[in-house]
Design a protein around this ligand. Structure first.
Ligand code: URP
Ligand code: ZN
Ligand code: ZN
Ligand code: ZN
Length: 472
C-alpha cells in the first residue's frame, strides 16, 4: 500500500516546508518537493491512496510519554484500558504512548513488566512502550534493572511521594541512581516530599478541611521544589541523568534551570493541566466538583503565576516536553471515594486524547511556535526516550506516523460524550481549540480521517527503545 500526502506544510522541530510525503507500507519513503514526478509520471497517479493536505500541517504523530492505562491506584484502577485509552490517543493525533509498568515492594520487577505486557498485548490501537516503576528498591529490584535495557526499557520511575505505596526514601533513591548511572538509564522522578505532605494532610483533615481544594494546600509548592532540588543533588552526586515528571511549580522549574545551567543532565516535563487549570478555579470549584481536578503534583495557584511560568519554561527549554500523565477516574464510584476526605480521591486527570489540540492552542495564542509544538509533543519525547529516527520525525525510513492538522478547523473538547476516553466527565469540557486533527496515520494505516475511526486493537506494537538520545 502506498499513500501520498499532498499539498501540505510539513512541520518539524526545526522548520516548515511545502512538501509531499510518500508512504510505502509502514514507513515514510520520501519527502518530496510539491508536484514531484517519477520518471516523468505524476506521482499521485501511481499511488494507492492520496490524502489532500492542502492548507494543512503535516506533522509527526504525537508521542505521549506519560500514561497510566488500567493503573491500580487509590483503591481503584484507572478507567481507561489499553484498548480504550489508545483509541482515544489515536483520535487526538497521538500515535505512540509510553505507559508505566509497575513493580511494588516485595514483587519481582520481571513480573511487573510481564503483567504490563500482558495487559497491553493485542489491545492497543497505537504503538506503545513502557517505563518501569520501581516501587520497592532492594537488592533484587536493583539486580533486575540489569536486564531492562535488553527488554527495550531504558527509563524507570521512582517516587519521593506516596509513602506506603510507591515511595522510595533517599537511601533507596541513591542506590537506584548509582545503578542507573552505571547502566545509562534515565531516572524519572515524582518529586514531592511525601512524608511531609502526609503530615499536612492529617492536620488539614483534623481541622475539618476535607474538600478537594485542600489536596492542593497539602501538596504545597515547597514540597515539590524541595524534592526537585533533592533529586537534582542526588543525580549530581551519582551522575544519573534525571527527568522530573509532571512539573507544576515555578520554583521547581527554577531548580531545573539552575541545574541545567550547570550542565547537568536534568530534564523536566509538564502537562496540559499545569498550563491551563488552576487551584482557585478548578480544584476550588464548588462542592465536590474539584475532585475532577485532583492529581499529583496538584494544580497550582494562578495568582502565584505558576501556569505562565510553565509556558515560559517550555519556551526557554527549561522544560523540554509535554506529556499528559493520563490517569483517568470516573466521578461515579471512583473520585467519589473521597467525598468527605480529599486524601481518598484517586489522583489523576485524563487528557491523552487532547494533548495535541491543547498544545496547538498554545501556538494560536502565541505562547509557543509551530515548530516548538512539534518538538515538545513528538520530537523531544522520541529523543528523550530513545525512539528518534523511527519516531518523532517525518523523514525517509521513519515509521509513517503522521498527523494532518487543520489550522482552519475547530475542536470543541469534551462537550457531552464527544470525547473517547473511558470517563464520565472531562477536565477539558468546554475548551475550544482553533485547530483540528483531520487525519492520523500509524505505521502507514489510516486510523482517523473525516469519515471517522478506522483503527483496531492490536494494530499497535510494542516499541523496544534505545538509550536516551537527549543527554548532554
Ligand atoms: O495524579 C497522578 N499524577 N496520578 C498518576 C500517578 C502519578 O503520580 O503519576
Ligand atoms: Zn507521579
Ligand atoms: Zn503519572
Ligand atoms: Zn477537519
Amino acid at each position: 500500500m502506498t499513500t501520498l500526502i499532498t499539498g501540505g506544510t510539513v512541520v518539524s522541530a526545526t522548520g516548515r516546508t511545502q512538501a509531499d510525503v510518500l508512504v510505502d507500507g509502514e514507513t515514510i519513503a520520501a519527502v518530496l518537493s510539491p508536484g514531484s514526478t517519477l520518471l516523468g509520471h505524476d506521482l499521485a497517479v501511481g499511488v494507492d491512496r492520496v490524502i489532500d493536505a492542502t492548507g494543512k500541517y503535516v506533522v509527526p504523530g504525537g508521542i505521549d510519554a506519560h500514561t497510566h492505562m488500567e493503573l491500580p491506584f487509590g483503591g481503584t484502577a484507572a478507567s481507561d484500558t489499553f484498548e480504550t485509552g489508545t483509541r482515544a490517543a489515536a483520535w487526538g493525533g497521538t500515535t505512540t504512548i509510553v505507559d508505566f509498568a509497575v513493580q511494588r515492594a516485595g514483587e519481582r520487577v520481571q513480573d511487573g513488566l510481564a503483567a504490563w505486557h500482558a495487559k497491553a498485548a493485542g489491545q492497543c490501537a497505537v504503538d506503545y512502550s513502557f517505563h518501569q516503576i520501581i516501587g520497592g528498591v532492594d537488592a533484587d529490584s536493583l539486580a533486575a534493572m540489569d536486564s531492562l535495557v535488553d527488554e527495550g526499557i531504558t527509563s524507570f520511575k521512582l517516587f519521593m511521594a506516596y509513602p506506603g505505596v510507591f515511595y522510595s526514601d533517599d537511601a533507596q533513591i541513591l542506590r537506584a541512581m548509582q545503578k542507573s548511572a552505571d547502566l545509562g538509564l534515565l531516572t524519572m522522578m515524582h518529586a514531592e516530599n511525601g512524608p511531609a505532605i502526609d503530615v499536612l494532610v492529617e492536620q488539614l483533615l483534623a481541622q475539618g478541611k476535607t474538600d478537594p481544594y485542600y489536596h492542593g494546600v497539602a501538596r504545597a509548592w515547597q514540597m515539590e521544589a524541595e524534592a526537585t532540588h533533592r533529586a537534582i543533588m542526588l543525580g549530581h552526586l551519582t551522575g544519573a541523568p534525571l527527568y522530573v515528571v509532571h512539573v507544576s511549580a515555578k520554583q521547581a522549574v527554577e531548580q531545573l534551570a539552575i541545574a541545567r545551567d550547570r550542565g547537568q543532565n536534568v530534564f523536566g516535563e509538564t502537562c496540559p493541566q499545569y498550563l491551563y487549570l488552576s487551584l482557585e478555579e478548578h480544584l476550588g470549584a464548588p462542592g465536590f466538583e474539584g475532585a475532577k481536578y485532583v492529581c499529583s503534583t496538584p494544580l497550582r495557584s494562578r495568582a502565584e503565576g505558576h501556569q505562565d511560568h510553565m509556558w515560559q519554561g517550555l519556551r526557554t527549554n527549561d522544560l523540554q516536553m509535554v506529556s499528559t500523565d493520563h490517569c483517568p477516574f470516573c466521578m461515579k464510584g471512583q473520585k467519589e471515594l473521597g467525598v468527605g476526605d480529599f486524601s481518598k480521591i484517586p489522583n489523576g486527570i485524563g487528557s491523552v486524547e487532547h494533548r495535541m489540540d491543547l498544545m496547538y492552542q498554545g501556538v494560536v495564542t502565541g505562547e509557543i511556535t509551530l515548530e516548538r509544538w512539534v518538538e515538545i509533543t513528538s520530537t523531544t519525547p522520541a529523543r528523550m526516550f530513545g525512539m528518534y529516527g523511527r519516531k518523532g520525525v517525518i523523514a525517509p525510513g521513519a515509521d509513517a506516523d503522521v498527523v494532518v492538522y487543520d489550522p482552519q478547523g475547530h475542536t470543541s473538547i469534551g462537550l457531552g460524550k464527544t470525547h473517547h476516553m473511558s470517563m464520565d466527565h472531562s477536565a477539558w469540557e468546554g475548551f475550544e481549540i482553533d485547530g483540528h486533527v483531520d487525519v492520523v496515520l500509524s505505521r502507514g494505516s489510516v486510523l482517523v480521517d473525516e469519515a471517522g475511526y478506522h483503527g483496531r486493537p492490536g494494530h499497535g506494537q510494542f516499541v523496544k527503545r534505545g538509550l536516551s538520545q537527549y543527554l548532554i
